[in-house]
Design a protein around this ligand. Structure first.
Ligand code: TXA
Ligand code: MG
Length: 343
């Protein structure tokens, strides 16, 4: 696995030159880890079923979980879908390129392995320019799930990719473009139902899509009720027992000095300050930030850090279930398999 570092290169010609070998390997049916504005993706030519199959093998992903197809421009959309409802066009004109993925009726030419045999395909046009440039140079849309082993935490940094994939021969290159901007996956909207419905909360709030497009999108009543083939109860999970709590301060106060040493706490900056004031400052605490945007951006990064700490358990403070908070809570509920303490 070779790393192509373009994180500090600005000039298009130089970037293109650096990308050449990765483009070649995609055309030959191999895999490349690509940067996007949300999380890193593990990409293959979406029209090559053998190449796409390697994604499932490397990730240990069930074949029942369909992939998102990434496009560089609207011309490529024509090769993928049969019909574009007016309201989907509205979402596209407001949010593409950007972290919103749309499920639409698919063209027969897309291999079944990409869509888990469904008659629909999930498509997105990434905001990150380098991603679109790479897809354009490949001259084919790229099927790409998040670049992590199935059910593990998604990757927003190079070290996360290496943690899961270092020894995988099927991956020829990692295109590294720095830490990802949103830090959390795209929002997935099913455009084949009336009204459209949320399949996965993501980097763009549903309220914002409804407001800018003047449409109504239906939301799941119970976040854990399966709405999308890829929504599992255990997902985005650290490799150690993880709990959620509504009242971290109260929980921490209930622990003895000895017990405290077994935990890494993950919470917003204000809660961290309170913990240090009330308890002691030799606790293992990882601060997520202040705003929802910061918390979403840092969430996987901090869960990766917490996983690496020399402690037995992780406890994460929950956030308010509104706007981007819904996305953060969706990920935390799955990361912890909905295990709560004090809450
Ligand atoms: O931000 C993102 O979306 C990242 C980056 C790499 O683009 N990708 C990503 O892919 O999160 P993945 O495979 O981890 O998640 C794809 C989600 C799953 O929940 C899957 O079930 C859903 O999209 N999906 C894909 N195709 C679908 C379809 N035809 N119908 C319903 N859901 C679909
Ligand atoms: Mg994923």
């Amino acid at each position: 696995m070779k790393i192509i570092d373009i994180s500090n290169i600005k000039e298009q010609k130089l970037v293109d030159k650096k990308l050449l070998s990765a483009v070649k390997t995609i055309k030959e049916g191999n895999l490349v880890v690509i940067p996007t504005e949300t999380v890193y993706g593990l990409a293959a030519d979406c029209f090559n079923p053998d190449a796409v199959n390697k994604i499932f093998i490397v990730k240990n992903r069930p074949y029942s979980d369909p992939l998102i197809v990434h496009i560089s421009d609207l011309n490529q959309l024509k090769d993928l879908v049969v019909d574009l409802p007016l309201d989907a066009e509205k979402i596209i004109s407001n949010f593409w390129p950007g972290p919103v993925s749309l499920v639409l009726y698919k063209k027969q030419t897309i291999p079944d392995i990409v869509t888990a045999g469904l008659n629909t395909v999930c498509v997105r046009m990434p905001e990150l320019e380098i991603t679109r440039r790479f897809i354009k140079l490949c001259k084919t849309p790229l099927a790409a799930p998040s670049a992590n082993i199935f059910s593990h935490i998604s990757s927003t940094e190079l070290e996360h990719i290496l943690k899961d994939f270092k020894n995988k021969k099927e991956i020829e290159y990692v295109i590294y473009a720095g830490r990802t901007k949103y830090g959390i996956e795209s929002t997935v909207i099913d455009c084949t139902s009336k009204p459209f419905k949320v399949l996965r909360y993501g980097a763009v709030e549903i309220e914002k899509i409804e407001r800018l497009c003047n449409i109504k999108i239906s939301e799941p009543k119970n976040i854990l009720k399966k709405k999308s083939p890829g929504l599992f109860k255990k997902h985005y999970s650290p490799k150690k027992t993880t709990y959620l709590t509504k009242n971290l301060l109260k929980f921490v106060k209930s622990l003895s000095k000895k017990e405290l040493k077994e935990f890494t706490f993950v919470c917003d900056n204000m809660t961290k300050e309170k913990l240090y004031k009330v308890i002691a400052n030799d606790l293992s605490v990882i601060p997520l930030g202040n705003t929802f945007e910061e918390i979403a951006r840092n969430l996987y990064f901090c869960l990766h850090l917490a996983e690496e700490m020399n402690t037995k358990y992780i406890v994460v403070q929950s956030v308010k279930n509104v706007g981007l908070g819904k996305t953060i809570m969706d990920r935390l509920i799955r990361a912890s398999e909905n295990k709560w303490i004090y809450g």
